[in-house]
Design a protein around this ligand. Structure first.
Ligand code: KPL
Length: 293
């Protein structure tokens, strides 16, 4: 495929999808933002300097490069809806929280599927309108360079050789922060001053360290905890995505976060605290009622 013809389809027109569209547009790269309501949705985006941008891509049926940034709960169904537009040389990049949905897409797709993770901070400020809150990094599996020249890679993507480990670390961070902020209805930083939250976080970390040991990823409990505590300091004023999902009556990603450890536990190690937060989160979801997937 010629570099000048590279066109990026972004599946999921939420916070991260809109940020990707903004960054691609800054590089004059062609994009299509596929949302819930239309194949080429437009978005408003305010950059870090407070400058507003109106983003509207170019409609294009055939998909060469696809970045999926839906919620993990919607990734497989959103992918199934556009899958017929891919071809054997298309490249799919999964960029969402949690683990589990990436593997489902990989098994299903007839083309290469790569994994990515991001620490960018973007918040919705109104329907179809987002604001950049904090610059982070978007890391993608270096295997992408088997499908394009380094110069063709959009600047927003940084390649790494250890994407699996990066995803695992992000899963740990999300497992320790997200459900507790949703259950205690607090910002990330408030967890550190809550004794019950810190006790619960340690219990979750102990089980995760046990799980990691059975998969030969040995990590002391203190290191597991430190991963989350460092991110809490960096994102102290954030409302976690799970807390936002619950408040907006959306299905949370709990099955792909704490639920991941439970679903991949062939040695039946004791994960009662992770199981307990999954159950409590689902009770909370049911109490709030979900109006959209
Ligand atoms: O990824 C996040 C999330 O909210 O999903 C953290 C890192 C916890 C930041 O809020």
């Amino acid at each position: 495929m010629d570099s000048h013809k590279h066109h990026w389809h972004i599946l999921g027109a939420g916070a991260i999808g809109t940020l990707l569209a903004f960054k691609l547009s800054q590089q004059q790269l062609a994009f299509t933002l596929i949302g819930r309501h239309a194949d080429n949705e437009s978005r408003h985006f305010t950059d870090l300097n407070g400058v507003p941008h109106h983003l509207l891509g170019v409609a294009r049926e055939s998909i060469d490069y696809l970045i999926i940034c839906t919620k993990s709960t919607q990734a497989l169904s959103a992918f199934s809806a556009i899958e017929s537009r891919l071809h054997s040389q298309s490249v799919v990049i999964c960029l969402f929280n949690g683990l589990g949905a990436q593997q489902m897409i990989q098994q299903r797709a007839g083309c290469p599927v790569l994994f990515a993770t991001t620490t960018e901070g973007v918040t919705q400020v109104a329907p179809a309108s987002y604001r950049y809150k904090g610059a982070g990094q978007t890391l993608v599996d270096a295997a992408i360079l088997q499908h394009m020249q380094p110069a063709e890679l959009p600047k927003l993507l940084r390649t790494v050789d250890d994407i699996e480990q990066r995803l695992m670390h992000k899963l740990i961070i999300n497992s320790l922060i997200n459900p507790l902020t949703a259950l205690l209805d607090c910002e990330n930083g408030q967890l550190l001053s809550s004794k019950p939250a810190m006790v619960a976080m340690r219990l979750l970390a102990e089980e995760i360290a046990l799980w990691l040991a059975t998969y030969r990823h040995r990590m002391p409990v203190e290191d597991v905890l430190k991963l989350a505590v460092d991110v809490i300091h960096l994102t102290a004023n954030n409302s976690s995505s799970m807390r936002q999902d619950i408040k907006s009556h959306r299905v949370s990603e709990i099955d792909f976060i704490n639920g991941y450890w439970l679903a991949h536990n062939p040695q039946n190690i004791n994960l009662e605290h992770n199981r307990c937060v999954v159950e409590k989160l689902k009770d909370l979801q049911n109490a709030f009622g979900q109006v959209q997937m």
